[in-house]
Design a protein around this ligand. Structure first.
Ligand code: WQD
Length: 329
Protein backbone atom coordinates (compact mmCIF):
# COMPACT_ATOMS: atom_id res chain seq x y z
CA UNK A 1 0.00 0.00 0.00
CA UNK A 2 1.44 3.38 -1.04
CA UNK A 3 0.93 6.54 1.04
CA UNK A 4 -0.20 9.37 -1.20
CA UNK A 5 -0.48 12.94 0.10
CA UNK A 6 -3.39 14.67 -1.65
CA UNK A 7 -3.54 18.44 -1.20
CA UNK A 8 -7.04 19.72 -1.87
CA UNK A 9 -8.24 16.13 -1.56
CA UNK A 10 -11.68 17.18 -0.27
CA UNK A 11 -12.37 19.25 -3.39
CA UNK A 12 -14.13 18.30 -6.60
CA UNK A 13 -11.37 16.63 -8.65
CA UNK A 14 -9.37 15.82 -5.50
CA UNK A 15 -12.11 13.72 -3.90
CA UNK A 16 -12.70 11.74 -7.11
CA UNK A 17 -8.98 11.05 -7.29
CA UNK A 18 -8.84 9.97 -3.64
CA UNK A 19 -11.62 7.51 -4.44
CA UNK A 20 -9.61 6.13 -7.36
CA UNK A 21 -6.59 5.71 -5.05
CA UNK A 22 -8.69 3.96 -2.40
CA UNK A 23 -10.11 1.61 -5.04
CA UNK A 24 -6.51 0.52 -5.70
CA UNK A 25 -5.93 -0.06 -2.00
CA UNK A 26 -3.70 2.99 -1.42
CA UNK A 27 -3.65 5.12 1.74
CA UNK A 28 -4.66 8.73 1.03
CA UNK A 29 -3.46 11.48 3.36
CA UNK A 30 -5.80 14.36 2.57
CA UNK A 31 -4.39 17.81 3.31
CA UNK A 32 -7.05 20.48 2.84
CA UNK A 33 -8.12 23.76 4.45
CA UNK A 34 -11.82 22.97 3.75
CA UNK A 35 -12.07 26.60 2.61
CA UNK A 36 -13.99 25.57 -0.52
CA UNK A 37 -14.92 21.98 0.32
CA UNK A 38 -16.91 20.10 2.96
CA UNK A 39 -15.94 17.88 5.90
CA UNK A 40 -18.87 15.69 4.83
CA UNK A 41 -16.85 14.64 1.75
CA UNK A 42 -14.04 13.40 4.00
CA UNK A 43 -16.58 11.29 5.91
CA UNK A 44 -17.78 9.70 2.66
CA UNK A 45 -14.20 8.92 1.59
CA UNK A 46 -13.32 7.45 5.00
CA UNK A 47 -16.03 4.85 4.49
CA UNK A 48 -14.35 3.76 1.22
CA UNK A 49 -10.84 2.98 2.42
CA UNK A 50 -7.71 4.13 4.24
CA UNK A 51 -7.94 7.91 4.65
CA UNK A 52 -6.13 10.23 7.04
CA UNK A 53 -7.34 13.82 7.10
CA UNK A 54 -5.15 16.75 8.14
CA UNK A 55 -6.68 20.21 8.03
CA UNK A 56 -4.00 22.60 6.83
CA UNK A 57 -2.78 25.10 4.29
CA UNK A 58 -0.03 24.38 1.73
CA UNK A 59 1.71 27.57 2.89
CA UNK A 60 1.97 26.25 6.46
CA UNK A 61 5.43 24.71 6.14
CA UNK A 62 5.64 23.55 9.76
CA UNK A 63 2.38 21.65 9.45
CA UNK A 64 3.40 20.12 6.12
CA UNK A 65 6.77 19.04 7.51
CA UNK A 66 4.90 17.39 10.37
CA UNK A 67 2.74 15.46 7.89
CA UNK A 68 5.84 14.21 6.06
CA UNK A 69 7.46 13.29 9.40
CA UNK A 70 4.36 11.35 10.52
CA UNK A 71 3.55 9.46 7.30
CA UNK A 72 6.05 7.81 4.95
CA UNK A 73 4.70 9.61 1.88
CA UNK A 74 5.55 7.99 -1.48
CA UNK A 75 4.13 10.67 -3.76
CA UNK A 76 2.07 13.86 -3.72
CA UNK A 77 -0.97 14.83 -5.82
CA UNK A 78 -1.37 18.58 -5.61
CA UNK A 79 -4.85 20.01 -6.22
CA UNK A 80 -4.97 22.79 -3.61
CA UNK A 81 -5.36 26.08 -5.49
CA UNK A 82 -7.78 28.89 -6.26
CA UNK A 83 -9.49 28.18 -9.57
CA UNK A 84 -11.73 31.05 -10.60
CA UNK A 85 -10.17 32.77 -13.63
CA UNK A 86 -12.54 35.76 -13.38
CA UNK A 87 -11.71 36.36 -9.71
CA UNK A 88 -7.98 36.07 -10.46
CA UNK A 89 -8.18 39.17 -12.66
CA UNK A 90 -9.58 41.16 -9.73
CA UNK A 91 -7.32 39.68 -7.04
CA UNK A 92 -4.00 38.72 -8.67
CA UNK A 93 -2.07 38.64 -5.37
CA UNK A 94 -4.46 36.06 -3.90
CA UNK A 95 -3.76 33.76 -6.86
CA UNK A 96 0.02 34.25 -7.00
CA UNK A 97 0.23 33.71 -3.24
CA UNK A 98 -1.64 30.42 -3.05
CA UNK A 99 -1.12 28.89 -6.49
CA UNK A 100 2.54 29.87 -6.99
CA UNK A 101 4.10 30.69 -3.58
CA UNK A 102 2.08 27.91 -1.93
CA UNK A 103 3.20 25.41 -4.56
CA UNK A 104 6.81 26.53 -4.05
CA UNK A 105 6.53 25.95 -0.28
CA UNK A 106 4.94 22.56 -0.83
CA UNK A 107 7.74 21.58 -3.22
CA UNK A 108 10.35 22.68 -0.70
CA UNK A 109 8.75 20.47 1.98
CA UNK A 110 8.55 17.63 -0.55
CA UNK A 111 12.23 17.77 -1.45
CA UNK A 112 13.33 18.14 2.19
CA UNK A 113 11.28 15.07 3.06
CA UNK A 114 13.02 13.14 0.28
CA UNK A 115 9.81 12.63 -1.72
CA UNK A 116 10.48 12.50 -5.46
CA UNK A 117 7.12 12.50 -7.23
CA UNK A 118 4.32 15.04 -7.65
CA UNK A 119 1.24 15.19 -9.89
CA UNK A 120 0.05 18.74 -10.54
CA UNK A 121 -3.34 20.19 -11.55
CA UNK A 122 -2.38 21.95 -14.75
CA UNK A 123 -4.80 23.74 -17.02
CA UNK A 124 -5.63 24.01 -20.72
CA UNK A 125 -5.95 27.73 -20.03
CA UNK A 126 -2.13 27.98 -20.38
CA UNK A 127 -2.64 27.83 -24.17
CA UNK A 128 -4.88 30.91 -24.21
CA UNK A 129 -6.69 31.03 -27.54
CA UNK A 130 -4.96 28.42 -29.68
CA UNK A 131 -4.14 29.30 -33.28
CA UNK A 132 -5.54 25.97 -34.52
CA UNK A 133 -7.35 22.92 -33.16
CA UNK A 134 -7.06 20.45 -31.58
CA UNK A 135 -4.35 21.75 -29.26
CA UNK A 136 -1.40 19.52 -28.34
CA UNK A 137 1.23 19.92 -25.64
CA UNK A 138 3.79 21.47 -27.99
CA UNK A 139 1.56 24.47 -28.81
CA UNK A 140 2.84 27.94 -27.85
CA UNK A 141 1.67 29.05 -24.41
CA UNK A 142 -0.18 32.31 -23.87
CA UNK A 143 -2.09 32.50 -20.58
CA UNK A 144 -4.81 35.15 -20.78
CA UNK A 145 -5.71 35.31 -17.09
CA UNK A 146 -3.77 35.53 -13.84
CA UNK A 147 -5.16 32.10 -12.95
CA UNK A 148 -3.84 30.60 -16.19
CA UNK A 149 -0.47 32.23 -15.60
CA UNK A 150 -0.24 30.77 -12.08
CA UNK A 151 -0.77 27.31 -13.58
CA UNK A 152 2.05 27.90 -16.08
CA UNK A 153 4.30 29.22 -13.30
CA UNK A 154 3.51 26.12 -11.24
CA UNK A 155 4.88 23.99 -14.09
CA UNK A 156 7.99 26.17 -14.32
CA UNK A 157 8.68 26.00 -10.58
CA UNK A 158 8.30 22.22 -10.67
CA UNK A 159 10.68 22.01 -13.59
CA UNK A 160 13.43 23.69 -11.52
CA UNK A 161 12.76 21.38 -8.56
CA UNK A 162 13.19 18.49 -10.99
CA UNK A 163 16.49 19.88 -12.31
CA UNK A 164 17.90 20.87 -8.92
CA UNK A 165 16.38 18.25 -6.59
CA UNK A 166 15.26 15.40 -8.91
CA UNK A 167 11.60 15.83 -7.88
CA UNK A 168 9.76 14.35 -10.88
CA UNK A 169 6.44 15.91 -11.86
CA UNK A 170 3.52 15.27 -14.14
CA UNK A 171 1.37 18.26 -15.01
CA UNK A 172 -2.09 17.25 -16.20
CA UNK A 173 -3.54 20.07 -18.25
CA UNK A 174 -7.25 19.63 -17.59
CA UNK A 175 -9.81 20.75 -20.11
CA UNK A 176 -13.31 21.44 -18.68
CA UNK A 177 -13.84 19.13 -15.70
CA UNK A 178 -17.47 18.06 -15.47
CA UNK A 179 -19.90 15.41 -14.22
CA UNK A 180 -19.99 13.57 -10.90
CA UNK A 181 -19.36 10.04 -9.70
CA UNK A 182 -21.54 7.48 -11.51
CA UNK A 183 -22.99 6.19 -8.22
CA UNK A 184 -23.91 9.71 -7.05
CA UNK A 185 -21.69 9.67 -3.95
CA UNK A 186 -19.62 12.78 -4.72
CA UNK A 187 -19.79 15.74 -7.08
CA UNK A 188 -19.17 19.44 -7.40
CA UNK A 189 -20.46 21.93 -4.81
CA UNK A 190 -22.58 24.37 -6.85
CA UNK A 191 -21.86 27.22 -4.44
CA UNK A 192 -18.18 26.97 -5.41
CA UNK A 193 -18.71 27.08 -9.13
CA UNK A 194 -19.74 29.50 -11.83
CA UNK A 195 -18.93 26.92 -14.50
CA UNK A 196 -21.42 26.16 -17.22
CA UNK A 197 -22.67 22.70 -16.26
CA UNK A 198 -23.37 23.36 -12.54
CA UNK A 199 -25.14 26.60 -13.50
CA UNK A 200 -27.24 24.77 -16.12
CA UNK A 201 -28.15 22.08 -13.56
CA UNK A 202 -29.14 24.58 -10.87
CA UNK A 203 -31.21 26.61 -13.36
CA UNK A 204 -32.98 23.46 -14.57
CA UNK A 205 -33.81 22.58 -10.96
CA UNK A 206 -35.25 26.07 -10.40
CA UNK A 207 -32.53 27.06 -7.92
CA UNK A 208 -31.45 29.86 -10.22
CA UNK A 209 -33.77 31.87 -12.41
CA UNK A 210 -31.95 30.94 -15.65
CA UNK A 211 -28.68 30.25 -17.41
CA UNK A 212 -27.19 33.20 -19.23
CA UNK A 213 -25.54 32.08 -22.47
CA UNK A 214 -22.54 34.30 -22.98
CA UNK A 215 -22.83 35.10 -26.68
CA UNK A 216 -24.41 33.30 -29.65
CA UNK A 217 -22.63 35.25 -32.39
CA UNK A 218 -19.34 33.36 -32.38
CA UNK A 219 -17.97 31.83 -35.60
CA UNK A 220 -19.07 28.30 -34.59
CA UNK A 221 -21.83 26.10 -36.10
CA UNK A 222 -24.49 27.27 -33.60
CA UNK A 223 -22.84 30.56 -32.60
CA UNK A 224 -21.92 29.52 -29.04
CA UNK A 225 -18.45 28.73 -27.64
CA UNK A 226 -16.94 25.28 -27.89
CA UNK A 227 -15.17 23.45 -25.04
CA UNK A 228 -13.89 19.97 -24.27
CA UNK A 229 -15.89 18.63 -21.29
CA UNK A 230 -14.06 15.79 -19.54
CA UNK A 231 -15.67 13.54 -16.92
CA UNK A 232 -14.20 14.07 -13.46
CA UNK A 233 -13.74 10.30 -12.98
CA UNK A 234 -11.68 10.15 -16.20
CA UNK A 235 -9.56 13.00 -14.83
CA UNK A 236 -9.13 11.06 -11.57
CA UNK A 237 -7.94 8.02 -13.52
CA UNK A 238 -5.29 10.14 -15.27
CA UNK A 239 -3.75 11.02 -11.87
CA UNK A 240 -3.38 7.39 -10.88
CA UNK A 241 -1.76 6.66 -14.25
CA UNK A 242 0.56 9.64 -13.81
CA UNK A 243 1.83 8.13 -10.53
CA UNK A 244 2.47 4.82 -12.29
CA UNK A 245 4.23 6.63 -15.15
CA UNK A 246 6.70 8.38 -12.81
CA UNK A 247 7.36 5.18 -10.88
CA UNK A 248 8.02 3.40 -14.20
CA UNK A 249 10.01 6.01 -16.12
CA UNK A 250 11.53 8.26 -13.44
CA UNK A 251 11.00 11.43 -15.46
CA UNK A 252 8.72 14.43 -15.69
CA UNK A 253 6.18 15.23 -18.40
CA UNK A 254 3.07 17.23 -19.30
CA UNK A 255 -0.20 15.85 -20.69
CA UNK A 256 -3.44 17.24 -22.01
CA UNK A 257 -6.41 15.60 -20.36
CA UNK A 258 -9.49 16.13 -22.50
CA UNK A 259 -11.75 13.97 -24.66
CA UNK A 260 -10.76 15.55 -27.97
CA UNK A 261 -14.44 16.34 -28.64
CA UNK A 262 -15.69 19.90 -28.87
CA UNK A 263 -19.16 20.69 -27.47
CA UNK A 264 -21.01 24.00 -27.71
CA UNK A 265 -22.94 25.75 -24.92
CA UNK A 266 -26.19 25.11 -26.83
CA UNK A 267 -25.37 21.40 -27.11
CA UNK A 268 -24.91 21.25 -23.31
CA UNK A 269 -28.37 22.78 -22.89
CA UNK A 270 -29.92 20.40 -25.46
CA UNK A 271 -28.44 17.28 -23.84
CA UNK A 272 -29.53 18.51 -20.39
CA UNK A 273 -33.10 18.94 -21.65
CA UNK A 274 -33.08 15.42 -23.08
CA UNK A 275 -31.56 13.80 -19.98
CA UNK A 276 -33.67 15.68 -17.43
CA UNK A 277 -36.91 15.78 -19.42
CA UNK A 278 -37.19 19.43 -18.41
CA UNK A 279 -36.79 22.78 -20.12
CA UNK A 280 -33.59 24.66 -19.33
CA UNK A 281 -34.47 28.31 -18.71
CA UNK A 282 -31.91 30.16 -20.82
CA UNK A 283 -31.27 33.70 -22.00
CA UNK A 284 -28.73 34.87 -24.58
CA UNK A 285 -26.60 37.72 -23.24
CA UNK A 286 -23.41 39.41 -24.45
CA UNK A 287 -20.05 37.70 -24.73
CA UNK A 288 -17.99 37.18 -21.57
CA UNK A 289 -14.63 38.96 -21.69
CA UNK A 290 -11.68 36.63 -22.23
CA UNK A 291 -13.65 33.63 -23.54
CA UNK A 292 -11.78 31.74 -26.26
CA UNK A 293 -14.12 30.87 -29.15
CA UNK A 294 -13.21 27.19 -29.20
CA UNK A 295 -10.73 24.85 -27.54
CA UNK A 296 -10.43 21.08 -27.44
CA UNK A 297 -7.62 18.66 -26.82
CA UNK A 298 -5.33 16.53 -28.85
CA UNK A 299 -5.03 13.78 -26.21
CA UNK A 300 -2.75 11.46 -28.20
CA UNK A 301 0.11 11.84 -25.73
CA UNK A 302 -1.96 10.84 -22.67
CA UNK A 303 -3.34 7.89 -24.62
CA UNK A 304 0.00 6.61 -25.82
CA UNK A 305 2.31 7.42 -22.87
CA UNK A 306 -0.08 7.05 -19.90
CA UNK A 307 -2.31 4.41 -21.51
CA UNK A 308 -5.24 6.65 -20.55
CA UNK A 309 -8.52 6.90 -22.45
CA UNK A 310 -11.75 8.64 -21.48
CA UNK A 311 -14.49 6.19 -20.50
CA UNK A 312 -17.40 8.63 -20.40
CA UNK A 313 -18.95 10.80 -23.10
CA UNK A 314 -21.19 13.84 -22.94
CA UNK A 315 -24.42 11.97 -22.17
CA UNK A 316 -22.86 10.32 -19.11
CA UNK A 317 -21.32 13.62 -17.95
CA UNK A 318 -24.72 15.32 -18.07
CA UNK A 319 -26.62 12.34 -16.61
CA UNK A 320 -24.20 12.04 -13.65
CA UNK A 321 -24.21 15.81 -13.05
CA UNK A 322 -28.02 15.80 -13.16
CA UNK A 323 -28.28 12.95 -10.64
CA UNK A 324 -25.82 14.66 -8.33
CA UNK A 325 -27.43 18.11 -8.41
CA UNK A 326 -30.91 16.63 -7.87
CA UNK A 327 -29.64 14.67 -4.87
CA UNK A 328 -28.11 17.66 -3.04
CA UNK A 329 -31.23 19.83 -3.09
C1 WQD B 1 -17.69 27.15 -20.43
C2 WQD B 1 -18.48 27.79 -21.55
C3 WQD B 1 -18.75 30.17 -21.30
C4 WQD B 1 -21.18 29.96 -17.67
C5 WQD B 1 -12.72 26.85 -17.15
C6 WQD B 1 -11.49 27.42 -16.49
C7 WQD B 1 -10.28 27.09 -17.31
C8 WQD B 1 -10.16 25.60 -17.59
C9 WQD B 1 -11.43 25.06 -18.11
C10 WQD B 1 -9.00 24.48 -15.71
C11 WQD B 1 -17.90 29.13 -22.02
C12 WQD B 1 -20.08 29.47 -21.22
C13 WQD B 1 -20.44 29.63 -18.79
C14 WQD B 1 -22.45 30.60 -17.86
C15 WQD B 1 -22.13 30.47 -20.25
N1 WQD B 1 -9.90 24.68 -16.56
N2 WQD B 1 -20.89 29.87 -20.05
N3 WQD B 1 -22.86 30.81 -19.15
O1 WQD B 1 -14.25 29.38 -19.01
O2 WQD B 1 -14.20 27.32 -20.47
O3 WQD B 1 -12.88 27.39 -18.43
O4 WQD B 1 -12.53 25.45 -17.27
O5 WQD B 1 -8.19 25.12 -15.27
O6 WQD B 1 -9.17 27.58 -16.71
O7 WQD B 1 -11.65 28.82 -16.35
O8 WQD B 1 -15.39 27.24 -18.25
O9 WQD B 1 -17.59 26.57 -17.39
O10 WQD B 1 -16.88 28.99 -17.16
O11 WQD B 1 -17.46 28.10 -19.42
O12 WQD B 1 -22.54 30.70 -21.40
O13 WQD B 1 -23.15 30.94 -16.90
O14 WQD B 1 -19.79 28.11 -21.07
O15 WQD B 1 -18.86 31.38 -22.01
O16 WQD B 1 -18.09 29.22 -23.39
P1 WQD B 1 -14.20 27.92 -19.12
P2 WQD B 1 -16.87 27.74 -17.96
Amino acid sequence: MANILVTGGAGYIGAHTVRALLARGEHAVIYDTLATSKAETIGKLEREGAVTFVQGDISDTARLDQVFATHPIDAVIHFAAWKNAGESMLKPAKYFENNVAGTNRLLDSIQRAGVRRIVFSGSCSVYGTPARLPVDESFPLGPESVYAHTKLMGEQVMDWFDRRHSVRYVSLRYFNAAGASADGLIGEEPAQSANLIPVVMEATLGRRPKIQVFGDDYPTPDGTCIRDYIHVSDLADAHVRALDFMAREDRSDIFNVGTGEGTSVKQIIDVTERVSGRTVPAEIVGRRAGDPVAIYADNTKARTVLGWAPQYGLEAIIAHAWNWHKSIG
